[in-house]
Design a protein around this ligand. Structure first.
Ligand code: LRH
Ligand code: MN
Length: 424
């Protein structure tokens, strides 16, 4: 479904007077706001191909009409998001859920929507129909060399798909672990996993990155072989310079200080990227910024400070991806909200008075340090994010235009209500 530039221009015209009043007020109150506009415009967030349909849990799934029935329709849906917010210019594929049968044609289609392919994701956490060997007891960690080889070959196949599409990274998340004490020799499992990762690493093109995503628990509930940032960092440090740790915000135990983890991974030059989402309990995969927006802001404060300390380009040098699952919301509305929350946190972090913060820290003035941080967090940067979007050709209010366009009803008319998109 296409939303024309004319429709977006009409939508913006109706809102321009109010927007300019809000933006000019912000710019007068916060002079440095203008300087962050180009950074905001350049900042793109990749949309997961596996989160464009209704999600679900073991307790049930509530379908949604108009779900994309194939990769072409998934690319069209991400193209629609990008037309609305000019900040979703990439799609991250999950194999085999979204195999690009004709990769050249798929690449051309994505280009037409102004999209590129971000990290490719392998899947050795499910058994596919006709798969010779099962991953029930793990994949890269498996005691059976043949199972490990099957998983290694799959990851290499995923890299080959990505090469044709122009992707430059592979995300490896391993469900591998154990459900009961005694089931696993932790040392041997880690060593087999590392040995397998070395074979995948060796197949990486020279300009590719490998992202190793950690997760504390689920689907294994006693141990996970790559369970936390330390275990991932240990592995990627042994693998080599093209290997990095990927931080999924929902993959931590309660109380984990994720912004501190981010600061240290950046310090080591081993932070590869993110799977943004939010959670209250486990890997809830909720809308970004819907539960802990202050934590998201603090994470972006560490990102901006740490990336600048290393002279990194914010928009290019880390993998910015969403990983979500939609149990009750329209996936496209949920993703529009998530991208907005990410850009708001980034804009607020860019407005932190870093000199004043450094002074307060140097003086151990704890109160002043908090005041400096929260002055930025309490700045309503929505007019700034909207202005960046406007300058990039997007809609001032993407969600409002999505609803005014009755996109979901029209997609359901076009695609029917019975379809189920591949993915989570
Ligand atoms: C695991 C995970 C991983 C994906 C999957 C869809 O919980 O976060 O990133 O492969 O979700
Ligand atoms: Mn993830």
């Amino acid at each position: 479904m296409h939303i024309s530039r004319t429709t977006i221009a009409e939508h913006n015209d109706q809102r321009m007077f109010a927007h300019e009043r809000r933006f000019n007020h912000l710019a007068s109150e916060t002079p440095q706001a203008l300087s962050v506009l180009p950074l905001l415009e350049a900042f793109q967030v990749a949309i997961p191909s596996w989160a464009l349909g209704a999600g679900g849990t073991r307790f049930g799934r509530f379908g949604l009409g108009g779900e994309p029935r194939n990769l072409e329709e998934k690319i069209a849906d991400v193209g629609l998001l990008h037309a609305l917010n000019r900040s979703s210019g990439a799609i991250s594929l999950h194999i085999p859920w979204d195999i690009p049968e004709d990769a050249e044609r798929i690449k051309a289609l994505a280009t037409r929507y102004g999209l590129v392919f971000d990290a490719m994701n392998s899947n050795t956490f499910q058994d596919q129909p006709g798969q010779p060997l099962s991953y029930k007891y793990g994949s890269l960690q498996h005691v059976d060399k043949a199972v490990r080889k099957q998983a290694i070959d799959h990851n290499i196949e995923v890299i080959r798909y990505g090469e044709v599409l122009g992707s430059k990274s592979l995300t490896v998340w391993l469900a591998d672990g154990s459900c009961f004490p005694g089931q696993l020799n932790f040392r041997e499992a880690f060593q087999r996993t590392l040995e397998s990762l070395h074979e995948i690493y060796a197949a990486l093109p020279a300009d590719w990155k490998l992202f190793l995503e950690y997760k504390a628990f689920e689907p294994n509930f006693y141990s996970t072989t790559v369970a936390d940032w330390g275990q991932s960092l240990l592995a990627v440090s042994k693998l080599g310079p093209q290997a990095y740790t990927l931080v999924d915000l929902g993959h931590h135990l309660q109380g984990a200080n994720i912004e501190q983890i981010v600061a240290l991974l950046l310090m080591e030059g081993k932070l590869g990227g993110f799977h943004f989402n939010d959670s209250k309990y486990g890997d809830d995969d909720l809308t970004v910024g819907s539960i802990k927006p202050y934590q998201l802001f603090l994470i972006f404060c560490e990102l901006v400070e740490g990336m600048d300390a290393r002279g990194m380009l914010h928009s290019r040098d880390l993998g910015w991806m969403i990983d979500a699952s939609h149990n009750v919301k329209d996936p496209l509305e949920d993703l529009l909200q998530s991208v907005e929350a990410i850009k708001i946190a980034y804009a607020q972090a860019l407005l932190v008075d870093r000199a004043a913060l450094r002074e307060a820290r140097a003086a151990s003035d704890v109160v002043r340090a908090q005041e400096v941080l929260q002055a930025a967090y309490r700045t309503d940067v929505r007019p700034l994010v909207a202005e960046a979007r406007l300058r990039a050709g997007g809609a001032l209010e993407p969600l409002a235009l999505y609803r005014a366009g009755e996109v979901r009803r029209r997609l359901t008319e076009e695609r029917g209500s019975g379809g189920r998109a591949t993915g989570l």
